[in-house]
Design a protein around this ligand. Structure first.
Ligand code: EPU
Length: 337
């Protein structure tokens, strides 16, 4: 194993925050991971995936372990579906493209989501009407306390909207090693219910889209709205879309009848945090080296030399202002270190 001291994390977090780890090591197998976790320096460690949902506000004074366990293996298949086991260190979008190449569908709406496969179940990633839990079969995880490899199914993982066991009582207890997904082979489950996808397909005159058409449409939408982390540092949506009592929304509607809403049930409604932040006046605002993206107010950005603390402070200001204006308390989606 190659342990490096005082290691820069600037290229390992999509916010591009210039911080360092006291030590750093990359692991590419379960065995290697177990060895590393036995090191005395692992008493204070952190597991890093694609670094796309994390905001570093300071240097990390422990051992940063990058999970680079890779492999894509077909577990079983028949005429209509395929079950695939994917190493946690595979880049999510590369896996999506691999599936589309093979004609495996169900995952195409989640094209171009940054990050690695091992992080997907942690926050139950999702986009354009599909969440990873819809394809999920099981995952293998190393339980740190006894170094046991466990198999967890969907129920064990307690998936919710941008939520799972791994963000709650299982936080810090497991390292995800691989994830198994079920995909379909016959283009049977194409989901174009999300308006923006329909619009792109219509504009191209595509009536019966293939999974590749849907993936291309999603890529086009994401590229048009979301900043490319390679150019402007960001961590995707910074906040979750809040679910609030419908009465709160009814009140807001008196002043803003145009508020977009997604009813959950009789009593609860999800509202887009991006809309609230825009109405609070933050969209496109720049504060020195950090700011709120001009095309999607849910995304906070680092223009180059921003500090994690500056982005955090901006998020705090947004939280307070939105709460004052709408009586809604936003919740951060990004992990703050
Ligand atoms: N909106 C505004 N102003 C903004 C941004 C959005 O008014 O600045 C409005 C839009 O007009 C639309 C609504 O809010 O009516 C929803 O916007 P959008 O379709 O862009 O999606 P979102 O709710 O802002 C969520 C996910 C994204 C995912 C998209 C598409 C969360 C926290 N975010 O964003 O996920 O790509 O839907 O499915 O659920 C991520 O998690 O990092 C992420 C990018």
């Amino acid at each position: 194993m190659n342990i490096q001291e005082n290691y820069s994390l600037k290229n390992l977090n999509t916010f591009g925050i210039d911080v360092s780890a006291a030590s750093y090591v990359e692991v590419s197998s379960t065995q290697e991971l177990i060895e590393v976790l036995k090191l005395p320096s692992a008493n204070n460690h952190m597991i890093l995936g694609g670094g796309s949902n994390i905001l570093f506000t300071k240097n990390f004074d422990g051992l940063m372990i990058k999970n680079s366990i890779r492999a894509i293996d077909v577990v079983s298949e028949n005429d209509s579906e395929v079950v695939v086991k994917v190493g946690a260190g595979e880049v999510w979008h590369d896996f999506v493209l691999h599936c589309i190449d093979q004609g495996w569908g169900g995952i195409e709406n989640m094209s171009l989501i940054p990050g690695v496969v091992g992080a997907a179940p942690i926050q139950n990633i999702g986009a354009y009407g599909v969440e990873q839990k819809d394809l999920f079969v099981e995952l293998e995880a190393l339980r740190k306390s006894d170094q046991e490899v466990l198999t967890l199914n969907a129920e064990d993982c307690q998936f919710g909207y941008r939520d799972s066991l791994f963000k709650n009582e299982g936080k810090g207890e497991y390292v995800i090693l691989n994830v198994t997904y079920r995909l379909n082979k016959n283009n049977t489950d194409i989901n174009t219910s999300y308006g923006a996808i329909k619009d792109v397909l219509n504009s191209k005159g595509i009536e019966q889209p293939s999974i590749k058409d849907v993936s291309d449409a999603v890529i086009e939408i994401r590229q048009s709205k979301l900043p490319d982390p390679a150019k402007i540092g960001n961590g995707g949506s910074f906040f979750k879309n809040p679910v609030v009592p419908t009465s709160v929304v009814e009140n807001i509607k008196k002043e803003y009848p145009e508020i977009p809403t997604y009813p959950i049930d009789d009593q609860q409604t999800k509202v887009p945090a991006g809309w609230l932040i825009e109405k609070a006046g933050f969209k496109g605002q720049r504060f020195g080296e950090v700011g709120v993206h001009e095309r999607q107010a849910l995304v906070l950005v680092n223009y180059g030399n921003g500090k994690g603390q500056e982005i955090f402070d901006l998020s705090e200001k947004i939280l307070i202002t939105v709460n004052q204006q709408f009586g809604i308390k936003l919740e951060r989606e990004v992990n703050i270190i």
